[in-house]
Write a protein that binds this ligand. Structure first.
Ligand SMILES: [Zn+2]
Length: 256
């Protein structure tokens, strides 16, 4: 009798252990998350950035420009092979065309995916993630809506390295990251590829987030990421019916 009671207690303990971290049957989400995002690449120094990210053992998200993908297909492949998220940041960082005529976005996405297809030789490459050049705030509602109408998601940020500002150096970049992160539990950090001071500051940036209990993740429009991003105050929009990843073929089909 005593033995069976002990067994029952052990079973209950095991079950409660298994259930720990499960809310509504869904796996528990990390409390603190940071997404390192690098814009405007690939660039000549992309391999240096990737080597540092490898050394620090952190994932990243790259918002690439189609024309840069064309210029540096090998570096695009390196990002892809590392498993990092590749997202679209237009072809050439121009914003006027899509501000004036939102229907141009369909063409931009198609052209971007075509460049990716050529660079990777993989027609099944998928992305449905976009960042507006300069951030979403200067774009009209109809342009933002056009992104989600096409089934894509767009993301701004809620912390910046300020690595494109004049007079920045590695200590100032770190200071900017720390002061802008504050107590925010979910951070999308804006940084740029091709910036030497950013690469220099990265070990300290990563150490800061690690010391403060952040998990490093890659952006995506998956259900799990949506649940995490719901606690992030950055401007963004993920369409409810968005497909998780769209290949060039799927996008072309959707645009026809
Ligand atoms: Zn940019």
């Amino acid at each position: 009798m005593k033995k069976s009671l002990i067994c029952l207690a052990a079973l209950l303990l095991l079950c409660s252990g298994l259930l720990t971290g499960l809310a509504d049957g869904k796996p528990a989400l990390p409390e603190k998350v940071v997404y390192l995002t690098f814009d405007d690449g690939p660039k000549k120094a992309t391999p240096d950035l990737l080597a540092i990210l490898d050394e620090l053992d952190v994932p990243a998200t790259f918002f690439l420009l189609g024309l840069q993908v064309r210029a540096f297909p090998e570096y695009t492949r390196m990002i892809y092979e590392r498993g990092d998220t590749i997202a679209c940041h237009t072809m050439d960082h121009s914003s006027n065309d899509i501000k004036e005529d939102p229907s141009m976005l369909a063409l931009v996405f198609r052209r971007f995916l075509k460049e990716m297809y050529v660079a990777l030789n993989d027609p099944l490459f998928t992305t449905d993630l976009f960042r507006f050049p300069g951030g979403s705030s200067s774009y009209p509602y109809r342009t933002k809506k056009a992104v989600t109408d096409l089934g894509w998601s767009w993301f701004d940020w809620n912390a910046m390295t300020r690595d494109t500002y004049d007079g920045m150096d590695a200590p100032r970049i770190l200071h900017s990251v720390i002061t802008m992160t504050k107590e925010q539990p979910v951070v999308i950090l804006l940084a740029h590829d091709g910036k030497g001071y950013t690469r220099q500051a990265l070990p300290d940036i990563v150490a800061f987030y690690r010391q403060n209990g952040y998990e490093f993740r890659r952006l995506s429009s998956s259900m799990e990421e949506r649940r995490i991003l719901a606690r992030c105050p950055a401007h963004m929009h993920l369409p409810d019916n968005g497909a998780v990843g769209r290949s060039l073929l799927e996008t072309c089909r959707a645009l026809q």
